[in-house]
Design a protein around this ligand. Structure first.
Ligand SMILES: Nc1ncnc2c1ncn2[C@@H]1O[C@H](COP(=O)(O)OP(=O)(O)O)[C@@H](O)[C@H]1O
Ligand SMILES: [Mg+2]
Length: 347
């Protein structure tokens, strides 16, 4: 089961350079959240602060009654076991085959027998669609497979929290689509709290339950996907819709004259695009944390942009939802649902 993480007033600087300040957000238990932001805004620094690899200047990271930055070393060590992390580069050991790479945390942190280790490693390899690749070295496999192996290793201690740094970096759009599907499937199966860092807008628009945006050393907004995807806030709008018009410039921030020139030229940001339906687990079940399409907008009196929640086949998920859920039976709980489903092939 996932756990909730409550971040309050978190600030981090290196020397005189403030990376971000006063970041507050709650990662709801079992939900998928995405942290978006231009390159260099400190997304990776944020992930590393969450797991205690970097110490914030001030602020709190609450997990239950534990405030991570202020835990004594031995308690921090214990709390870290709640986390599975996939760093940006995958960080696989080049001289170890995939089996040994994935087994590494088990052999390091547990006293499990080799037969137990084997059972768990094979289970996680199946979960990420890597069966048959046990004996391959990282140098012999594609970027997408490396990410899958890194994910399997992050899952091996059954984390309550999974942090993934730019799963899509270095992958082509097709491989990214497979990996996004895998992330959604994993969330349905293991029910952990997910935080995914990315600057890929398509990932941000279709995968998560919640979206946050880091910009100009601040968390501009964090909340349910429909809140961000229907937001008129200029930075949020510009970023989520990949526009040139808006406050974000080529080198971080536009100056006043650039913004005035845009206004004179009548460059409008245009209409909000439709809110895409959220990716569903590949077996068609509903994730436990998943909200009905349109529910947030309806509860807040916001009319979603025309065409929202309509998929490629023309189905409107907001309308179909009640019938769909009724037909699918109980929502996926992540437990006792007939074991893991292999997610796609090897990519
Ligand atoms: N260990 C470190 N020491 C000093 N500066 C760092 C360190 N790690 C990151 N930074 C700086 O923090 C800023 C944010 O980096 P990063 O979190 O990697 O950005 P992002 O992941 O959003 O692209 C960058 O300016 C980077 O140079
Ligand atoms: Mg980064």
């Amino acid at each position: 089961m996932g756990v909730e993480i409550r971040v309050e007033g978190l600030t981090k600087s290196f020397g005189r350079q403030t990376i971000w300040q006063d970041v507050s957000l709650t990662l709801p238990a079992g939900e998928i959240s995405v942290l978006l932001g231009p390159s260099g805004t400190g997304k990776s620094v944020f992930l590393k602060s969450l797991v205690g690899l970097l110490k914030p200047d001030r602020g709190h990271i609450w997990i239950g009654d534990k405030d991570l930055p202020y835990l004594p070393e031995h308690q921090l060590y214990e709390t870290r076991k709640l986390f599975g992390v996939l760093f940006q580069d995958g960080a696989l050991f080049g001289s170890m085959n995939l089996f040994d790479n994935i087994a590494f945390p088990l052999r390091e942190h547990t006293k499990k027998s080799e037969s137990e280790v084997k059972r768990i490693v094979m289970e996680k390899m199946e979960l990420v669609g890597l069966i048959g690749a046990e004996h391959k070295l990282p140098g012999e496999i594609s970027g997408g497979m490396k990410k899958r192996a890194g994910l399997a290793r992050a899952l091996v201690l059954d984390p309550a929290i999974l942090l993934v740094d730019e799963p899509d970096s270095g992958l082509d759009p097709v491989r990214t689509a497979y990996l996004n599907q895998l992330i959604v499937d994993l969330n349905a199966q293991i029910d952990a709290t997910f935080l995914i860092v990315t600057h890929d807008i398509n990932t941000a628009r279709t995968v998560p339950d919640n979206i946050g945006l880091l910009f100009r050393r601040e968390l501009v907004m964090f909340g349910p996907r429909e809140m961000l995807l229907s937001s008129e806030e200029p930075v949020v709008r510009q970023f989520l819709n990949a526009r040139r018009q808006g406050p974000i410039g080529m080198s971080e921030e536009k100056d006043v004259s650039e913004l005035e020139a845009e206004a004179r030229m009548g460059l409008e940001v245009g209409k909000l695009p439709p809110i895409a339906p959220q990716l569903m687990p590949s077996d068609g079940r509903v994730r436990r944390a998943q909200q009905p399409p349109g529910a947030w907008c309806a509860a807040h009196g916001i009319t979603p942009p025309p065409g929202s929640f309509v998929d490629d086949l023309g189905r409107n998920w907001a309308e179909e939802w009640p019938r769909y859920v009724a037909a699918m039976g109980p929502v996926a709980s992540g437990h006792g649902q007939g074991g893991p489903q292999p997610a796609g092939g090897m990519h």
